[in-house]
Write a protein that binds this ligand. Structure first.
Ligand SMILES: [Zn+2]
Length: 469
């Protein structure tokens, strides 16, 4: 037998099949064809994975890869981090597709369109008709649905509920960064979001971001969040493991445009205005996301302040605002039946420099918080299910050959393989292009942009399937 690719001598960890141990993995025509203790035969390409883990390709259910947020480096940063499929969580979809075409390195990428007053909707109180129109347009343009950016750019309470219901009625994907005109991006906003979903399907973003201890002690907030999720099985969600957040440093009329940014300035003891932002940059509390080489890095002090001014304040910044307790608890918390309360571990990374699925995930394994198989469930199988990727997230024969090979001791990625193509190996990026994960409604537009669609049926998405109604 002659294979396209043969990966030898690695330690396979597969949650879906429960398989774990030393196996060879054979790939043919973009699919896993065999996983056996020893596979003989030749291959066009062979990888020696001695001393390495062979995992189903990582799926990151929360990244940023648009010109507005994340930028053109997101693709290279994700493939180097072992990610094979990802969900861009804000769009604009047209920008996400342009960057994928121009900077793609083999990644499969989905996107959802942000709902922001003055940008994609006229006011903070859009009607159902306006929301429906927005949804129809973005679905045609390849998006899976919408992202409510409430925590940053809030809608009214009523419009938030309307948006969730309108998308549910249309069978579209909705994600929500909790917060409305009445509640902020905190535990109160999260509990309100769960109420406003009213049994409809909803992907509630980065649960850890609502448990920073800004309203009540952080442990109390975390347990309240977990209880709300247990009580509302229509909510799907992820949490991330980085201490860093990511937000906008844009100043509008002398004030940070994002409510999250204002909150972070206050937390650091700075005034919630332009002067406070400048002081926070100079003091190192705000870290500018700065392009260097092929990556976004973190910059502080005077160079950060100068870059921010040079870019007319339109840059992303990160603050160290995520306490460790809630991050660990949310990543590991289980229901009575053994299932996870928070579906997936994400990064909220992409072009924001915190793509730590593997290093932070393996650290949790080493601490005894998760087994290797559980980690694979949370960073591959379950997020694949969220996106309706029914043939990804496992190394079973016949599934897509999306594979991440990991240096176990270094907790670093050795190779990233997408659809049988080696896109990254041993420090070198080899991949090109990539597919846009879209619904049938968006396939033509994706093709018109010079990209290949990977068509999913959102009825297969665990997010939409989990709904009560
Ligand atoms: Zn995000």
């Amino acid at each position: 037998m002659r294979y396209d690719l043969l990966i030898k001598n690695g330690y396979v960890v597969d949650y879906a099949t429960g398989r774990e141990g030393y196996f060879d993995v054979a790939v043919q025509n973009g699919l896993v064809t065999a996983v056996e203790s020893s596979i003989s035969g030749s291959a066009a390409q062979e990888i020696d994975a001695s001393g390495k883990l062979i995992l189903p390709g990582l799926v990151d259910s929360h990244v940023h890869a648009s010109a507005w947020l994340g930028g053109s480096y997101a693709h290279a940063m994700l493939i180097k981090a072992g990610v094979t499929s990802a969900l861009d969580m804000s769009g604009p979809g047209t920008s996400v597709l342009e960057l994928a075409r121009d900077y793609g390195v083999g990644l499969n990428l989905a996107t959802i369109e942000y709902v922001r007053p003055g940008h994609t909707v006229s006011t903070a109180d859009p009607s159902a008709a306006e929301l429906q129109e927005l949804l129809e347009r973005v679905l045609r343009q390849g998006s899976l649905g919408i992202k409510l950016l409430g925590g940053h750019y809030p809608l009214t309470v009523a419009a938030t509920a309307r948006a969730i219901k309108t998308a549910a009625d249309m069978g579209a994907y909705t994600a929500f960064h909790a917060g409305t005109a009445e509640h902020g991006s905190n535990i109160e906003g999260m509990l309100e979001a769960v109420e406003l979903a009213d049994g409809n399907p909803l992907h509630l973003a980065h649960i850890n971001a609502y448990c920073r201890g800004t309203v009540r002690p952080e442990t109390e907030e975390t347990e309240l969040a977990l209880k709300a999720l247990l009580d509302n099985p229509n909510i799907s969600c992820e949490s991330y493991l980085s201490p860093l957040n990511g937000t906008s440093a844009e100043i509008i009329d002398g004030l940070p445009g994002s409510m999250v940014t204002r909150r972070c300035l206050k937390t650091g003891g700075f005034t919630e205005d332009e002067a406070g932002m400048e002081a926070a940059l100079l003091a190192g509390w705000a870290q500018v996301n700065y392009p260097q080489g092929q990556e976004m890095t973190l910059l502080t002090g005077e160079p950060a302040r100068d870059y921010w001014l040079e870019q007319k304040t339109l840059v992303s910044v990160s603050f160290v605002v995520n306490p460790v307790g809630p991050r660990v608890r949310l990543a590991t918390a289980k229901k009575a039946d053994g299932g996870f309360i928070v579906d997936a571990i994400s990064t909220d990374g992409g072009g924001i420099p915190r793509n730590v699925l593997l290093p932070a995930g393996l650290a949790l394994v080493d601490l005894g918080g998760l087994t290797l198989q559980e980690l694979v469930a949370k960073i591959s199988y379950l997020p694949a299910q969220m996106l309706g990727l029914t043939n990804k997230g496992s190394l079973a024969a016949g599934w897509d050959a999306d594979i991440t090979i990991v240096d176990r001791l270094q907790r670093s990625v050795f190779a990233t393989i997408v659809g049988g193509q080696v896109c990254y190996i041993d420090g070198k990026i080899l991949g090109r292009g990539g597919k846009i994960i879209t619904t049938a409604a968006g396939a033509d537009y994706v093709r018109s942009q010079g990209l290949e669609p990977l068509i999913v049926d959102l009825a297969d998405s665990s997010v939409l399937r989990k709904a009560r109604k």
